[in-house]
Write a protein that binds this ligand. Structure first.
Ligand code: CS2
Ligand code: MG
Length: 409
């Protein structure tokens, strides 16, 4: 099983995706996701210029060794671009190993620990009637756990609100990174948000009852004491988790949040390695690991990270917005099905064009995902279909406060 060639495919069926294709001398093909939203071409260059030339001639069966070679051999370790490139190789090698064995990847990882993966979707709205409609729509699609994001009175547009009106156009649902030469500007006011959000959760709880798991994402915007205040004020509404309350760089910021509340905390969609989690896990400052297979360097290191977290009863909550390609989502599903400490999987459906580019074999039934039983990851990219959608420049938005200061988005 020698790697014969490696190619990078860039396609933009509604949004940009970067996918690595590995082929062995005996004709097995493996796929890996290397998409970093809004910075896609940096990973393309990292792969094409620095990784692809190293792969031909290597034994495709040596997944751990290849991972260590790419991680340690680069000398410049970590970072989103490096780790997404390594992740793509790792996923593609697991895909190949599964195909060679005639088994789905989750079998190679130890077999299924459960029948399906509980998944949550993204409800949102500008006011309560819109939020209720959005929650109902998600329930009707089978979701059994729902993230709720709400517009804040006085702010024009903020993270996580699907804009479905004709004037606004549909943006967030499938493409948080907006196409165009420059990023969109959004606005932010923490005091208004902290006042408003508990009223939304009070209303949603009252409308949908005590049983429905509800989640919320603060998207890195609060100081430690503001985050503590939010976590405490949301306690009566029994959240499944509160995500990314403080910026990801400083693990210590979660200590005051823990001291003041029992709202479960999730963090890590922008993390790249186990080192980002080390203190958070050891000090039990979080309850869920949000890393994506695509951004944590692949299945190999994320499995190790989750096993480390398991010692502290911390569970998985892998990142799964539409910027994780169907290949990255499949990798998350195989990993989630096999580990003991699975918590929940984020699942935001891709649009029809993306589903036509990536042939997929996962199932979605009664609120549970399953990666399916095809050998490997169970996803393949249709090159002809992908070729119809050339790359388009796209940026994530950014935030300014009322006085013009740039704030965390
Ligand atoms: C997010 C993402 O899914 C989430 O929880 O915070 O939507 C995030 O904004 C995007 O992945 C950024 O690329
Ligand atoms: Mg998030």
């Amino acid at each position: 099983m020698i790697i014969a060639k490696a190619d990078v495919v860039v396609t933009s069926p509604g949004r940009n995706f970067v996918t690595l294709r590995l082929e062995t001398e005996d004709g097995l093909v493996g796929w890996g996701d290397a998409t970093v939203n809004g910075r896609e071409l940096a990973v393309v260059s990292y792969l094409r210029d620095h990784v692809v030339p190293l792969l031909a001639g290597r034994d495709a069966g040596r997944i751990e060794d290849t991972w260590q070679f790419l991680y340690r051999g680069a000398y410049w370790r970590r970072g989103p671009i490096t780790m997404a490139a390594i992740a793509a190789v790792d996923m593609a090698l697991w895909d190949i190993k599964g195909k060679a064995a005639g088994m789905p990847v989750y079998q190679l990882l130890g077999g299924a620990s459960r029948n399906g993966l509980l998944a949550y979707g993204h409800a949102s709205g500008r006011d309560l009637p819109e939020i209720f409609d959005s929650v109902r729509e998600h329930l009707s699609q089978g979701y059994r756990a729902i993230r709720v994001q709400a517009a804040v009175p006085g702010l024009r547009s903020i993270y996580g609100i699907a804009a479905n009106t004709a004037e606004d156009g549909v943006r967030y649902d499938h493409e948080p990174a907006q196409r165009g030469a420059l990023p969109a500007e959004e606005d932010w006011d923490t005091r208004s948000y902290l006042r408003h959000l508990p009223t939304v959760f009070e209303a949603v709880r009252a409308e949908f009852g005590p049983g429905l798991p509800l989640l919320h994402d603060a998207h890195h915007r609060l100081t430690p004491i503001q985050a503590a205040k939010l976590a405490k004020s949301l306690e009566p509404y029994d959240l499944f988790w509160l995500e990314d309350v403080t910026p990801a760089e400083n693990p210590e910021a979660l200590r005051p949040v823990r001291q003041h509340s029992v709202t479960p905390l999730a963090i890590g969609e922008v993390f790249n390695t186990v080192w980002d989690y080390q203190q958070l896990v050891r000090e039990q400052l979080i309850d869920y690991v949000r890393g994506a297979v695509t951004h944590m360097g692949g299945i190999t290191p994320l499995k190790k990270t989750l096993e480390y977290a398991a010692q502290y009863q911390i569970k998985s909550g892998m990142h799964g917005p539409t910027d994780i390609s169907p290949v990255g989502m499949a990798a998350a599903m195989h990993l989630g099905l096999s580990i003991h400490n699975f918590g929940i999987q984020e699942y935001m459906k891709h649009d029809a064009r993306t589903d036509a580019v990536f042939r997929q074999s996962f199932t979605w039934e009664n609120g549970y995902l399953h990666p399916g039983d095809e050998p490997g990851l169970g996803v393949s990219l249709e090159l002809d279909e992908a070729g119809k959608y050339p790359y388009q420049q796209a940026y994530l938005p950014y935030n300014r406060l009322a006085d013009g200061t740039v704030h965390d988005w």
